[in-house]
Design a protein around this ligand. Sequence first.
Ligand SMILES: [Zn+2]
Length: 265
Amino acid sequence: MSKAIELLTRMHAVRSVTIGSRGRSNLTGDVILAVFAQVQHKQPLGMDLLMAKYVHDAPAVDRIIDVMPNWLNDESFRRKDLALALSCIALDVFCDKPVASQKRQLAALWRNHSDQAKRSNRLIKGWQIKIKQLQRDVDICGMQAAEERLLSVINELEVLVINERRRIDEYARSQSLKSVTCPRCSGTGLMQSGKCSSCDGRGLFSPSADNIRQHLRHIGLGRVSDKLWDSELRPWLDNCLSRMHIESNEAVKLLSDKLYKESAS
Ligand SMILES: [Zn+2]
């Protein structure tokens, strides 16, 4: 929880937290926690959205998902199931999480362009060169005992290669889930030669409406007709996102006001 406080207070740049000229010079953890609890009580959805977005708080995500079906109560949608699925995707978009196809794209970029991947590839290349040399030695080796020794060294190196590949795949996969920033240009959208071709100069892999529409098909909810998408689903996606931004902004405002008041008292 202390990390959450640090992140949230930093995120909102609540300068009063460290202003020491008057009032309290520092807000203690207890005071900040109490303010969080008050805001959680007054703006539960907004606060949960902030916790989901900035500190990946799983219970907050669960609470949001529980409340989202109620948003559909007053709607007369033909496909409430799709609208509900879309609400969950909107939450991912709000939390800056890429959709599945983008996650795969991101993982491939982490696998090829991150510093870790480059180091791994250098290691693997070194081992592969050694393996080739040893294999040549095996070919010209006349003694069985020596040959067996060489083969066992080759075997050990091959295990190293397999493990290193597995390690970097796992690393790329976990990085792709953490951030939407393009690993190739580090989010700048630029390369030395000009625009970054991996993210098309955008720096980010945040899902577009088209990505989301494809994603609906991807998760087995079927192809969505243009008519249904334009008349019902696309507006609902925008509606969900606006609601999330408004609610979270309200919570930020309340949080900032209360923290400011506490620091000035
Ligand atoms: Zn890029």
